[in-house]
Design a protein around this ligand. Structure first.
Ligand code: SF4
Length: 223
């Protein structure tokens, strides 16, 4: 089954996703760093609390007292101090290197934009690509860990102990079948993520309920 047919099956199963709520590059970085290993609902609640009480701009974050930022970040998992520091250092980096507005990064060529975003805490290539995709600047298939796992299990690319190698392998396996359309690619990112979270889970994937069981390399091999 082709990659596009796989996406069609996932769309039939889950429905096409709503567009993402957060697409501003600085807000996306804050959203990535404000919590640690918590569920989406909790992360959204912590982010919303920050937005309401402080604001999600570099100057607002740097103007807020560390105590208030700590209080806001506290329900977001472990290492509260470290997460507050990440917010503050991200804000400082925007003021220092991007003239106060991270949207300036979108003016750069793809490789340079990715490299610039890599300077932010917690932002490796996959998250940098996600920012460049969700801002609709570059039509790249960004993948997060759930979507990557699902793609590899289905047989697109080869898994590898090095995350970056596995990531590139999956991207290369489907690159000829991608539409150069940011809206479509954003939907694909979200569909694969949802599939990895709900059925193609890291432990105990629910293959018997999966619409792709008949074509999945992982499932067929295990059977
Ligand atoms: S059959 Fe199982 S392993 Fe394969 S994609 Fe579906 S849930 Fe994942």
């Amino acid at each position: 089954m082709s990659f596009r047919e796989v996406i069609g099956q996932l769309e039939a199963h889950y429905g096409w996703p709503d567009p993402p709520k957060i697409t501003d590059p600085f807000k996306m970085i804050v959203f990535e760093n404000i919590t640690h290993l918590v569920e989406d609902e909790r992360r959204e609640a912590v982010f919303e609390d920050l937005r309401r009480r402080v604001g999600v701009t570099p100057t607002a974050i740097l103007s807020a007292s560390p105590e208030v930022l700590y209080e806001i970040a506290k329900p977001g998992g472990m290492d509260v101090v470290g997460r507050v520091e990440k917010l503050r250092s991200s804000a400082q980096l925007v003021l220092r290197s991007f003239h106060g507005d991270l949207k300036n990064v979108l003016k750069l060529p793809l490789k340079q934009a990715t490299k610039s975003l890599n300077k932010f805490p917690g932002i490796g290539d996959p998250r940098a690509e996600k920012i460049l995709l969700f801002t609709k600047r570059y039509p790249v298939l960004a993948l997060e860990s759930n979507g990557l796992r699902a793609l590899l299990r289905l047989g697109f690319g080869e898994d590898h102990k090095n995350y970056s190698t596995a990531y590139k392998s999956a991207q290369n396996a489907v690159k000829e079948q991608l539409l150069p359309d940011c809206d479509w690619l954003i939907g694909v990112h979200q569909l694969l993520r949802r599939h990895g979270q709900e059925l193609c889970r890291r432990t105990d994937p629910v293959c018997t309920q999966c619409p792709l069981d008949k074509v999945c390399r992982y499932y067929l091999t295990r059977k």
